[in-house]
Design a protein around this ligand. Sequence first.
Ligand SMILES: [Ca+2]
Ligand SMILES: [Ca+2]
Ligand SMILES: [Ca+2]
Length: 427
Amino acid sequence: MKKKRIFGSAVLSLAMGVSMFATGAFGATTPESQDTYRVLIQGPSAEKAKVQEQYGKRWDFGNQGFTAEVNSKQYQALLKNKNIDVSQVGIHTIDARVEGNGNGKGKDKGDYTVQASYPSDQTPWGIQAIYNDNYIQSTSGGDGIKVAVLDTGINRNHIDLTDNVEQCKDFTQSSPLVNGTCTDRQGHGTHVAGTAVANGGYDGAGIYGVAPQSELWGYKVLGDNGSGYSDDIAGAIRHAADEGVRTGTKVVINMSLGSSGKDSMIASAVDYAYSKGALVVAAAGNSGPYANTIGYPGALTNAIAVASLDNAFVNGTHRVSNFSSRGNPNTDGDYYIQEKDVEVSAPGGGIYSTAVDGNYTTMSGTSMATPHIAGLAAKLWSSNKYWSNSQLRSEIQRRAKLYDIKGGTGAATGDDYASGFGFPRVK
Ligand SMILES: [Ca+2]
Ligand SMILES: [Ca+2]
Ligand SMILES: [Ca+2]
């Protein structure tokens, strides 16, 4: 029996949510119920200013309008205002489900000392696959690159993550940006972050992600039920891009979240981030295997949509997971990215990674595939820091073509609507 790994005596307040089975991914649950309406207000500047004076603002997106939180009475009054357009802000949800014992039910553990066990596998199958090395013992790379994980937050005290955490910010509070806190009470964000950047811990006995030397920016944009408002997500995307500019560093933005509908605030935030040099990677969604089920923001042209692969082989290649959302069959085959195209694939079925309680757990989803690509991006960028984001993206696409995926519904030889260009790897 190995000794327990103990990390200081940090005490975490933990209350695991009960909504972890987000298999369908794009649920319609509101993060806050009762009498609260999150609204986007658009119109002439003078009219917007009047409304802002009355109701305050949360995010101001300039010409696109601003958002605010109002009660139902105020909402009704806004709807009657002929000088402005009012619409409710959309909801985005995590793209994963938990497997095995992590069902999230009745797991309110309260405060306790972090006491981590050793992982049963330090380099899970997805790491072996993306490194194309079945005997890999540890990983390396990512030095100097920032990986912004926009998710349910992270457990910044996890032994295998703590040294990587450089920023920790919460975009879900009543004040739209709280610095220094990013508590994950759901587990999804901690798991996603681990796949991208886990570093094996101080003793090297923990789990490894794809790019363990990257710096982690934990941006909490989703609440404890795994859902969040699109204005907060848009604000966080813009903030990550601005922080890249401010610090003069390359930023990879990982969004293992989605919605079936296109959101204007997120779409323009993704365009903005791309124009500022960030690389945006997003989950394809978990609504497969039918065509045109791809979710946003992955479906946007400036976000790399990542499909999920299983640890199983069909037609001599990894198989696209059944749950993985498919792109548009009318625009595949051309090795050119249009809106609603899947771009690349990566391991997402049965992925073992860091758990919010300081241990390890297995989850499945395009949520788990996405950080494999974000980690790969960070690793490649760290050895080629002069590359622009579009040069990096071309390199990822080139590597994807080297491993064409032919297994699973919709997958075929060449660029296809299930797997995109293929599975890009380290070597
Ligand atoms: Ca896309
Ligand atoms: Ca295409
Ligand atoms: Ca293919």
